[in-house]
Design a protein around this ligand. Structure first.
Ligand SMILES: Cc1cc2nc3c(=O)[nH]c(=O)nc-3n(C[C@H](O)[C@H](O)[C@H](O)COP(=O)(O)O)c2cc1C
Length: 374
């Protein structure tokens, strides 16, 4: 029975070959940050108010210039079809629309931004890396605008790839290859392997039209990743894009200040779900100083380690406008396709509402730092 995000994770583990499960589940180096992101939410103790009318719980809010039913955003994650070859990104976007929350497409999605836009009329953001080829960056922004994406997210915490040791150990590749060393992982998961074998290859769909026929996602990243990117490039992107503009992967208050100077509407506090710099602080511990520094000049979004609705309440109490989730919906997608993403969003919104009722804080605006016991 699925009653929690942890149950969805277990269901994903049963469905996926280990290399694919570990690609979602894993983090960098010793996975300290990966674990801390979730653990630190648990150590924040709450105090509650009683005899408050909680008949009506209000979770509607605005973020990224959109009115949303709950303060939850689907974080951009690469190549969803790898996790569920049949369902992929469209299933996630449809589930997000059903729940009235914002979907973010990864630049490395396995479905093109245009076909995704056709799948759902819901609010959509597009995540971008600053490629070496700025013409390509400009072109993809134009495509996002034409396809109706209302905001872009510039991810900045990946100047180099994080050291995710589970991947080489598992002989992981995109798409996964079956050979002598991976055969045992594959044989135990016939359902997934059949889906993978009977659907089109998993590609970086947004760039598959490029001359030279881009091979794997990994090759594409190697060719295009630019380590010379600075704040000047962020400001350049701001000039090119008229809609909402977020910078994702921020951990320091002084960088939040630079984001504002570069014209960001949204500062996205993230350590890439513990997949980049290990022993980076848990995002919930980085939030307050950033919120203080920003002082309302931009919206602050947080991701990393959200596994319970109560975690969302805590992030909002410390000043986040909304949270984003990565693995929770990916586990749902891997295990059950669209139904699984739907279930993940259902679980988190139900838990958030219950937490607000038990706290005696029926409106999001009631979630303040005084919900903590100390
Ligand atoms: C499998 C996987 C792929 C990801 N791919 C991307 C990506 O393409 N672009 C990006 O900005 N972040 C990417 N992220 C990071 C997420 O956007 C997000 O920051 C992170 O998952 C949040 O932590 P959580 O998984 O604990 O919710 C990825 C994360 C995972 C787990």
């Amino acid at each position: 029975m699925i009653t929690s995000i942890a149950d969805l994770r277990e269901a994903a583990r049963r469905r996926l070959p280990r290399m694919v499960f570990d690609y979602i589940d894993g983090g960098a180096d010793d996975e300290i940050t990966l674990r801390q992101n979730a653990e630190r939410f648990r150590t924040l103790a709450l105090k509650w108010n009683v005899l408050v009318d909680v008949q009506r719980i209000e979770t509607e809010t605005t973020v990224f210039g959109q009115t949303v039913a709950a303060p939850i955003i689907i974080a951009p994650t690469a190549s969803s079809r790898l996790f569920n070859p049949r369902a992929g990104e469209p299933a996630v976007a449809r589930a997000a629309h059903k729940h009235g929350v914002i979907y973010s497409a990864s630049t490395l999605a396995s479905t093109s931004i245009e076909s995704l836009a056709r799948e759902t009329p819901g609010p959509k953001l597009f995540q971008i890396y600053m490629w070496k080829d700025r013409g390509l960056v400009r072109e993809i922004m134009q495509r996002a605008r034409a396809a109706g994406y209302t905001g872009i997210i510039l991810t900045v915490d990946t100047p180099v790839a994080g050291n995710r040791e589970r991947d080489p150990r598992n002989r992981f590749s995109i798409p996964p290859k079956v050979n002598l060393s991976t055969a045992t992982q594959a044989l135990g998961r016939p359902g997934y392997m059949l889906d993978l074998a009977t659907t089109p290859p998993v590609r970086a769909a947004n760039f598959s039209h490029l001359p030279g026929a881009v091979g794997s996602i990994v090759d594409f990243i190697d060719q295009q990743f630019d380590r010379t990117v600075t704040w000047r490039d962020a400001a350049w992107m701001r000039e090119q894009w008229q809609g909402q503009f977020a910078i994702k992967g921020v951990g320091a208050p002084e960088d939040a200040e630079q984001c504002i100077a570069a014209g960001a509407d949204v500062i996205w506090v993230s350590n890439h779900g513990g997949r980049q710099l290990d022993t980076a602080a848990a995002t919930i511990d980085l939030l307050s100083p950033i919120v203080e520094r920003v002082a309302g000049r931009a919206e602050v979004v947080l991701d990393g380690g959200i596994r319970r609705g109560g975690d969302i309440a805590k992030a909002l109490a410390l000043g986040a406008k909304a949270v984003a989730i990565g693995r929770p919906y990916l586990w749902g997608l891997a295990a059950f396709g669209e139904r699984g993403v739907d279930r993940a969003l259902d679980i988190l919104t139900t838990e958030l509402r219950r937490t607000m009722a038990l706290l005696g804080r029926p409106r999001l605006s009631d979630l303040m730092p005084d919900v903590f016991a100390r």
